[in-house]
Design a protein around this ligand. Structure first.
Ligand SMILES: NC(=O)c1ccc[n+]([C@@H]2O[C@H](COP(=O)([O-])OP(=O)(O)OC[C@H]3O[C@@H](n4cnc5c(N)ncnc54)[C@H](OP(=O)(O)O)[C@@H]3O)[C@@H](O)[C@H]2O)c1
Length: 333
């Protein structure tokens, strides 16, 4: 599965810097590894330093094996250019500390890949008072993007934001009033709320695309396909999910992490996509999304609600940039 999709095996300059959230395992691991094997510098924004260091060693090992096989397009370096930086998306404090540390590091940022994601069978709340999937998958990535936009807008080279969403957005409801689940835990629909968090990412892509249209930044979203990773662990007791899994295996649509990562890597590195923005990709091709996700009025309502949730976390300059202004203009212009 996934044989028709691919990304160009073209070398990336080492000073082109990518941030990949949730890069220590699953789809994010393959995204980070392949971008680094093509020559890019990858900042692995992850929760656990130990797990990430382990992942880096594994990547270096696999890189050596790929080189020994003579795999096309790989950079020739003693070790991959990989950096760990701590990020826990279930906490706004940690997310803001990550952004600050990133800015302090003086590194440029050319491609931000918002990949980390979770599923939660129960409606647990984060320390900031939000349902977990809402905050980890959507709100904290929104915060990161908003706080990093001013520096990204100053880049001379083309800059990309890639949001790893899902076709699960086609299987959920939409109700802005119930965005932060506060109901009876026994009525909580994990697939529904997971799907909603993925829907918000697509709607955010459209809002950002409108606002960044005349800038150096493009924003896309992508569906990796059905991939065997740990994210399904919380769905395991759900009959509907079990059925879906069984069917997917039966018809051979289950993918490996690298097959799942391919569309995302392509969105992040393919030179032909440098001015493509506001598009949802699947199998490396533009794909359809639901009518709700394309509804501009709903997108803007969600945008405003999100800014309400994140009130107090953005500076005036960050809001200014998020709304599409150029950071080199002064606020009083
Ligand atoms: N697998 C699929 O079938 C599928 C389908 C469609 C879309 N997706 C999307 O693909 C993305 C990657 O998922 P995956 O399948 O690779 O899942 P995975 O193997 O479970 O990996 C998830 C990654 O997210 C990280 N993460 C979880 N909570 C975090 C937090 N609070 N702060 C920072 N990082 C956190 C995990 O880090 P830890 O190791 O620290 O937990 C891990 O690195 C997700 O956005 C998911 O929604 C997956």
């Amino acid at each position: 599965m996934g044989a028709k999709q691919s990304f160009p095996r073209e070398q990336i300059p080492q000073n082109r810097t990518f941030v990949v959230t949730g890069a220590n395992r699953g789809i994010g691991y393959e995204i980070a590894k392949w971008i680094a094997m093509l020559g890019g510098t990858v900042v692995m924004a992850c929760r656990s330093e130990d797990e990430t260091m382990k992942a880096m060693r594994q990547m270096d090992q696999e890189y050596k094996e790929e080189k020994a096989k003579g795999t096309e397009g790989l950079v020739d370096v003693p070790e991959l250019s990989l950096v760990f930086m701590e990020l826990d998306l279930s906490s706004f404090k940690s997310t803001k500390a990550f952004v600050q540390a990133y800015k302090d590091s003086g590194r440029p940022l050319h491609v931000l890949i918002c990949n980390a994601g979770i599923s939660k069978a129960k409606p647990e709340q984060t320390e900031d008072g939000f349902e977990f999937m809402l905050q980890v998958n959507y709100l904290s990535h929104f915060l990161m993007i908003g706080q990093l936009l001013p520096m990204m807008k100053k880049n001379e080279s083309e800059t990309r934001i890639v949001l790893v969403s899902s076709d699960a957005h086609k299987m959920c409801g939409y109700n802005l009033e119930a965005i932060n689940y506060q109901g009876d835990p026994s009525n909580f629909g994990v697939l529904d709320y997971y799907g909603r968090s993925k829907l918000y990412q697509i709607m955010q892509m459209h809002c950002l695309h409108r606002r960044l249209r005349n800038s150096n930044i493009s924003v896309t979203s992508a569906h990796p396909g059905m991939v065997e990773t740990k994210i399904g662990a919380e769905f395991k007791d759900r009959t509907a999910y079990q059925l879906f899994l069984k069917m997917s295996r039966l018809v051979g649509v289950m993918r490996t992490p690298i097959q799942g990562a391919t569309t995302i890597i392509n969105s992040a590195v393919n030179p032909d996509l440098k001015s493509v923005s506001g598009v949802y990709f699947k199998d490396c091709q533009p794909a359809s999304t639901t009518s709700v996700s394309r509804d501009e009025v709903k997108q803007e309502e969600l945008w405003n609600k999100t800014l309400e949730f994140l009130k107090g976390h953005f500076t005036e300059e960050e809001i200014y940039c998020l709304e599409g202004a150029d950071p080199t203009e002064t606020l009083s212009d």
